[in-house]
Write a protein that binds this ligand. Structure first.
Ligand SMILES: CC(C)(COP(=O)(O)OP(=O)(O)OC[C@H]1O[C@@H](n2cnc3c(N)ncnc32)[C@H](O)[C@@H]1OP(=O)(O)O)[C@@H](O)C(=O)NCCC(=O)NCCS
Length: 210
């Protein structure tokens, strides 16, 4: 069932990598390489990588269906996220939104899309690790039902920072999918209201260069 939203979530393709790397370098102190993303897209069968971009005039459709529709739309990528499905666990491997587009619900849209894809892929729960200093990301994760389960000492090699290991309850836990459904409804309403208030999307992102 298609529903109009100002953004669209699609599977990441090779054509998205340049733009993904641009955001990656603005977002992470130890960014992944183009090769790493190529591997995720073309070889890693456990990997699901998504991007979000302005929808132009297109409706948002579940990423699973968009894969079949081969969309030709090439609006600029505003953010991306991915998970690895390992032993029935969806491990959130990455999530980032371009700094100029943060605070508008796109991180939520990406995380929600990952969780929905994970459920459709028969994952039983989701896990991730996050820097202890990254309180913004932790707030996003908690909003979607993640809780801290442990702390890994010196997990990040670039600065020896500790990581929190966070996990959702098993997806079949009573109330988990209801909570997600509520979040989805709230988010869609927010995205539509903000888009109406802002008018047509400025295409300023396309002017940026490396
Ligand atoms: C984490 C990140 C993806 C969030 O994306 P975003 O589009 O800005 O987030 P949203 O606008 O969807 O916000 C969703 C929630 O995140 C949290 N959040 C977002 N910005 C926040 C801020 N400045 N301060 C505190 N919490 C914040 C809030 O819980 C927010 O929900 P709310 O609006 O109800 O308060 C983005 O900040 C980012 O790309 N960071 C750099 C990369 C990174 O750290 N990735 C995570 C690695 S583990």
């Amino acid at each position: 069932m298609a529903e109009r939203l100002p953004y669209i979530v699609q599977p990441m393709t090779l054509a998205d990598i340049d733009r993904v790397l641009e955001i990656e370098q603005l977002s992470f102190s130890a960014p992944w390489s183009a090769r790493a993303y190529r591997f995720e897209i073309t070889q890693n069968e456990h990997s699901t990588m998504l991007v979000v971009r302005p929808a132009a005039s297109r409706p948002v459709v579940a990423a699973r269906w968009l894969r079949l529709l081969s969309p030709g739309v090439r609006e600029p990528v505003l953010g991306y996220a991915g998970f690895w499905l390992l032993s029935e666990e969806a491990h959130i491997a990455t999530i980032a939104v371009h700094p100029e587009w943060r605070g508008r619900g796109l991180g939520e849209l990406l995380l929600l899309s990952l969780l929905e894809e994970a459920m459709e892929s028969d994952a039983r729960r989701a896990t991730l690790e996050v820097r202890v200093s990254n309180t913004v990301a932790q707030a996003l994760y908690r909003k979607y039902g993640f809780q801290t389960v442990s702390r890994s000492k010196r997990y990040y090699a670039d600065n020896n920072e500790d990581a929190y290991i966070m996990a959702t309850s098993p997806f079949e836990t009573p109330g988990f999918t209801d909570r997600l459904r509520l979040r989805r409804a709230e988010l869609r309403s927010r995205l539509r209201q903000e888009a109406e208030a802002a008018g047509p999307h400025p295409q300023r992102i396309q002017k940026e260069s490396h």
